[in-house]
Write a protein that binds this ligand. Structure first.
Ligand SMILES: Cc1ncc(COP(=O)(O)O)c(C=O)c1O
Length: 373
């Protein structure tokens, strides 16, 4: 008798969780992947009104409320000039479900999915759950994904490659010419490019462009989410968009695993997308200031760190024993290998925490460094 599926036995609880569990309760947590800002007041208010009026009591359309999908289409038109039919959007339970739909709908048993290494933990796990084979590709020294490395990794078994800019765990932002290359590669090799753009609004240097702006075929699908754009991680509202034939396949999966995204969250996200956007600049500015504090602090310690151009993570190269020493001293950071084999020798720290805690954490990291070196 089979007790557990082979697919589920191929994955395990993420290394990030394990670090949290090992840390003491009063530790300074630089491991968290969520902005430390409240959700926009108008988003909360819209959910409250929808709940009180009863509008949020029932299922919505599988793809989500039309008004939400129109707001998402308008957002991508405004920000990327993408002409998007609201029918080609699915509102999901966060970017996480959006990634799951994209992979589940396009990856066959044994198919290869090229993923950045180090990269976001879900790419490897979701590929394995779909029966596919993750093909990790090491990053450049500046921690961006090299289109040439992706192209080289393509075989006849490749179903998809994943691009994530601004990147987790790296904070790297791919330049527009790389995004154009990713689109060309997807077109030329007829493989799907899954572009994970959940940190789109947090860019300090350079600009965010999407491969979908450049693609000539429908070989790009885009994943995005209210989680990091609007500091709404707990609302669990994301989306995926692409051509109608791809969306039609993804909605088949969505229909059975989710039915529809949570209705109150849909109302909240719609308000976040259509309401005042000033919070975004405020958050980005705050993250930029913290980025500078963190990069200066790490360099003072003597660590090499590619300066992050976006998101809210830094990924310094660290000596052996450094992560454990930080954990013992009460600063939670995540070992690079939690994000893939090539993350070894690095650590990820998130600066989605207040300036004072960051400065305190850096002082402790300095002591940890001196202790292991
Ligand atoms: C790169 C990346 N993609 C997707 C997600 C999923 O985000 P959510 O499901 O909260 O929208 C995360 C969350 O940390 C992430 O870092």
């Amino acid at each position: 008798m089979t007790h557990f599926s082979d697919r589920v036995e191929r994955i395990s609880i993420s290394g990030i969780r394990k670090v949290f569990e090992a840390a003491s309760e009063d530790a300074i947590n630089l491991g968290l992947g969520q902005p430390d800002f409240p959700a926009p007041a108008h988003a909360r208010q819209a959910a409250i009104e929808a709940i009180e009026s009863g509008e949020a009591d029932g299922y919505t359309e599988n793809k989500g409320l039309l008004s939400l999908r129109e707001a998402i289409a308008e957002k991508h038109h405004r920000d990327q000039g993408v002409d998007l039919d609201p029918d080609n959007v699915i509102a999901t339970a966060g970017g996480s479900e959006a990634l799951h739909l994209a992979i589940e709908a396009h990856v066959n048993e044994g198919d290869e999915v090229i993923i950045p290494d180090p990269g976001f933990v879900s790419y490897d796990a979701l590929t394995k759950l779909a029966g596919g084979e993750p093909v990790p590709v090491p990053l450049r020294d500046d921690l961006t994904l090299d289109p040439a490395a992706v192209e080289e990794a393509i075989t006849e078994d490749t179903a998809a490659f994943i691009v994530n800019s601004p990147g987790n765990p790296t904070g790297a932002v791919s330049p527009p010419e790389d995004m154009e290359e990713f689109a060309r590669i997807a077109d030329k090799h007829d493989v799907l490019c899954i572009s994970d753009e959940v940190y789109e609004y947090t860019v300090f240097e350079g600009e965010h462009r999407s491969p979908i702006e450049f693609a000539e075929t429908d070989n790009v699908v885009v994943v995005n989410s209210a989680s990091k754009l609007f500091s709404m991680t707990g609302w669990r509202l994301g989306w995926v968009y692409g051509s109608s034939r791809r969306v039609e396949r993804m909605v088949r999966v969505h229909q059975y695993v989710q039915a529809c995204a949570s209705a109150p969250a849909q109302f909240a996200a719609e308000a976040a997308l259509t309401g005042p956007q000033d919070r975004i600049d405020e958050m980005t500015e705050t993250f930029r200031e913290r980025r500078d504090i963190v990069v200066d602090g790490l360099e003072d310690i003597g660590l090499r760190v590619p300066s992050p151009k976006g998101a809210f993570y830094a990924m310094p190269e660290v000596p052996e024993g450094f992560v454990d020493e930080c954990l013992d001293r009460g600063v939670i950071i995540v070992p690079g290998e939690a994000f893939g084999e090539h993350g070894e020798g690095y650590a990820r720290l998130s600066y989605a925490t207040d300036t004072e805690s960051l400065k305190e954490a850096i002082a402790i990291m300095h002591q940890a460094y001196d202790a292991v070196i």
